[in-house]
Design a protein around this ligand. Structure first.
Ligand SMILES: N[C@@H](CCC(=O)N[C@@H](CS)C(=O)NCC(=O)O)C(=O)O
Length: 219
């Protein structure tokens, strides 16, 4: 089997997608965490967008998490995408939706003032209203079968474990299906193992370093 190396970052939710998929497929890989605030030259030389994750396969460097996930689907065991083309398209669309949620989360923890912060709370609440509407009986996005959409949302919900300790912002309130999905993902071994045990401490330190509205709420 071709040795795989995943160039990673401790907190990166896009990295976590790939780690979860590799774990679900039981594909061995080496993880190399880098400092994105001080990118090593070797990383800059192989990463056209300068972002993690990058999956090294022999002398190829595959970038963009969605592309890495597709490559793992194409080459690894235990498919995480549904076989039906329409269902696959639907899953790809909700994975993209998950990236939009991540952009809003970044806006939420970086918002410089109360007005920008409130706008992101409203935006996130609306995103999760869509998710609540879309979810079925669970426990996962597509019922009993863990899918790539779950690899995207495990890292999304992980943020809220830290946000919830700051305050209840009401983003996930009155969304029972979303709540059950979050609980199921938090218990999935692949999701748990996608970050190190000091993840929460690191994320808190990261948010403090933003000097944002959320940082001020932490005090
Ligand atoms: N669309 C990319 C997003 C990856 C991304 O934004 N990675 C962040 C860390 S979570 C990054 O490397 N940021 C560093 C930078 O933009 O300079 C993907 O899906 O892989």
């Amino acid at each position: 089997m071709t040795p795989l190396t995943l160039i990673s970052h401790h907190l990166c939710p896009y990295v976590q997608r790939a780690v979860i998929a590799l774990s679900e497929k039981a594909v061995p890989f080496e993880r190399v965490d880098i400092d994105l605030a001080n990118k090593p030259d070797w990383f800059k030389a192989i990463s056209p967008l300068g972002k993690t994750p990058v999956l090294k396969v022999r002398d190829h460097a595959i970038f963009e998490s969605a592309v890495i996930l597709e490559y793992l689907e194409d080459t690894g065991p235990n498919p995480l995408h549904p076989a039906d083309p329409l269902a696959r398209a639907d899953h790809r669309a909700w994975m993209e939706f998950g990236s939009a949620v991540l952009n809003d989360i970044a806006g939420f923890y970086s918002a410089p003032d109360g007005a920008a912060f409130e706008a992101k709370v409203v935006a996130l609440e609306a995103r999760f209203a869509w998710i609540e509407q879309r979810l079925g009986d669970g426990p996962f996005f597509a019922g009993n079968r863990f899918s790539l959409v779950d690899t995207v949302f495990g890292p999304v919900f992980r943020y809220f474990d830290v946000f919830d300790r700051i305050d209840d912002f009401g983003i996930l309130t009155d969304k029972p299906k979303t709540k059950a999905w979050r609980t199921a993902l938090a218990a999935r071994p692949s999701v748990v193992a996608a970050v190190s045990s000091d993840y929460d401490v690191r994320l808190e330190a990261f948010v403090r370093g933003r000097h944002s509205h959320l940082t001020r709420l932490m005090r």
